[in-house]
Design a protein around this ligand. Structure first.
Ligand SMILES: [Zn+2]
Length: 481
């Protein structure tokens, strides 16, 4: 970015809530059902059908508000947002406008430079999703309408225009994504559209008090595209202004193939929608008791988890942050520690071999073929000296492939570590006798040869000799000469 300019970015995120049923009717929210099978008079917008608010949606909105330090409105109101679109059968979307359920919160992000920065959250409101248009192909002359998605509950989370770069926008988006997934209110699946982002981008001269005219980038569905789209848009606007042009307020679409944003339509103003309170729905009243109840039941959030991992479990901050970044991974780690109380030992295997295995096989933590119970059982066998760390790698792979427990694999494959000093002494004697020349070199002060002997003894024991015992016995015997 040309340094005379600074970008101003605000994000509007739509998070689809993981309730079992829709926001104003009892239809299922399950993804991937045959078109229009999850519909009823309410979500089809049939005349006379009346919406009834799903209590769970309000609870989820309160969770999101509490986690982002918002004020929860004791009274909020649903409004009709009027516009025509073929996938919106009522001719209006039920949303919240003047009185949303959550206002004035914030989330903290870490900038690229490692500094902490607070991003304001203007509001969070509840609304229904629209249906989906399916276009069979160019020239077909018609489109299909699938209303399974109509009425699925959404939270719209609107940030303040506090971000100054594409990297900050992505950091905020990741933080928000992590938060809603931790809260168990959104599955965070970007490909299925459960978490989608609109970005408002403008540029202004450094130090200018007023914002420039903004363009809205619609429906970006990956973290990578958000970064690309915002970076492209910043450059485009600066070039435009530098050439004496003006940015127009409009909605633009990001084309992920060509990497550019294109004008879609001029941006509507709020008054174009003719918002008014929905007469079919009573105001949403949230008591202080209800808020307390939700707060008490709030799951542990990443910061609290990191604190607990560093204090109660004695992990380094770096390890704690890595494990807590993903709630499923943190749960896996804790299930492992529940079996064998060695947090550092379990953490090393989870962050090392488990993550490597998942990356290589492209699996999520939930689909990990190795159970945390089995992994904990294996770390226990390392700690009690049954197997060495080296043999553990073999056991790990076998557990991963077969699903068997460490104990069973150790027994079946005879991998028990040899700690019996008599057995090790026998091997050591043989190796020294077979390598008299090297033994003489060692005694003449060539310390490096010691490693050679350790390697030979371990090889002869098929890796099962206890390394500490091998060291001790070798030193002793070689010194005797
Ligand atoms: Zn319905």
């Amino acid at each position: 970015m040309k340094s005379r300019y600074e970008a101003v970015i605000g994000l509007e995120v739509h998070a689809q809530m993981t309730t079992a049923t829709k926001i104003f009717c009892g239809c299922s929210t399950a993804f991937g059902a045959p078109p229009n099978s999850h519909t009823c008079p309410v979500c089809l917008g049939l005349p006379g059908a009346l919406p009834v608010l799903n209590r769970k949606v309000v609870e989820f909105a309160i969770r999101a508000g509490l986690a982002s330090r918002c004020t929860i409105a004791p009274r909020s109101v649903f409004a009709r947002k009027n516009y025509f679109y073929p996938d919106l059968p009522k001719g209006y979307q039920i949303s919240q406008y003047e009185l949303p359920i959550c206002i004035g919160g914030h989330l903290e992000i870490e900038t690229k430079e490692g500094a902490r920065k607070t991003i304001g959250i203007t509001r969070i409101h509840m609304e229904e999703d629209a249906g989906k248009l399916i276009h069979p192909g160019e020239g077909s002359g018609y489109s299909h309408v699938d209303l399974n998605r109509a009425g699925i509950p959404l939270l719209e989370i609107v940030s303040e225009p506090d971000m100054r770069s594409a990297d900050e926008a992505v950091a905020y988006l990741r933080k928000l994504h992590q938060t809603v997934v931790y809260l168990g209110i959104c599955d965070g699946n970007l490909e299925e559209g459960s978490f989608r982002c609109d970005a408002n981008v403008s540029v202004r001269l450094q130090g200018a008090a007023r914002f420039g005219t903004r363009a809205e980038l619609k429906n970006i569905n990956s973290f990578r595209f958000v970064k690309q789209a915002i970076e492209y848009e910043i450059e485009r606007q600066i070039d435009l202004v530098e050439c004496g042009g003006t940015v127009v307020q409009e909605t633009r679409l990001f084309d992920s193939v060509s990497g550019v944003t294109r004008s879609m339509r001029s941006k509507e103003e709020a008054h174009d929608y003719r918002y008014f309170p929905d007469p079919d729905l009573v105001p949403v009243i949230v008591s202080a008791e209800w808020i307390d109840e939700v707060r008490t039941a709030l799951p542990e959030l990443p910061e609290a988890k990191i604190d607990r991992f560093t204090t109660a479990l004695n992990l380094s901050r770096q390890d704690a942050e890595l494990l807590a970044a993903d709630r499923a991974l943190a749960d896996y780690f804790e299930a492992c520690v529940a079996v064998h109380n060695n947090p550092k030992g379990c953490a090393n295997w989870v962050m090392g071999e488990v993550l490597r295995g998942l990356n290589e096989s492209g699996l999520s933590v939930a689909a990990c073929p190795l159970t945390p119970e089995n992994l904990g059982g294996m770390v226990a066998r390392i700690d009690d000296g049954t197997i060495s760390g080296k043999i553990a790698k073999t056991v790990f792979q076998e557990m991963w492939d077969s699903g068997k427990s460490a104990d069973r694999i150790i027994e079946e494959k005879g991998l028990r570590q040899v700690t019996d000093s008599g057995a090790i002494e026998g091997i050591v004697d043989e190796i020294i006798a077979a390598n008299a020349e090297q033994a003489a070199q060692y005694r003449a002060g060539k310390e490096k040869v010691f490693g050679f002997f350790v390697g030979q003894v371990m090889k002869a024991s098929k890796g099962k000799a206890n390394p500490q015992a091998v060291n001790d016995i070798l030193r002793h015997k070689l010194a005797q000469g």
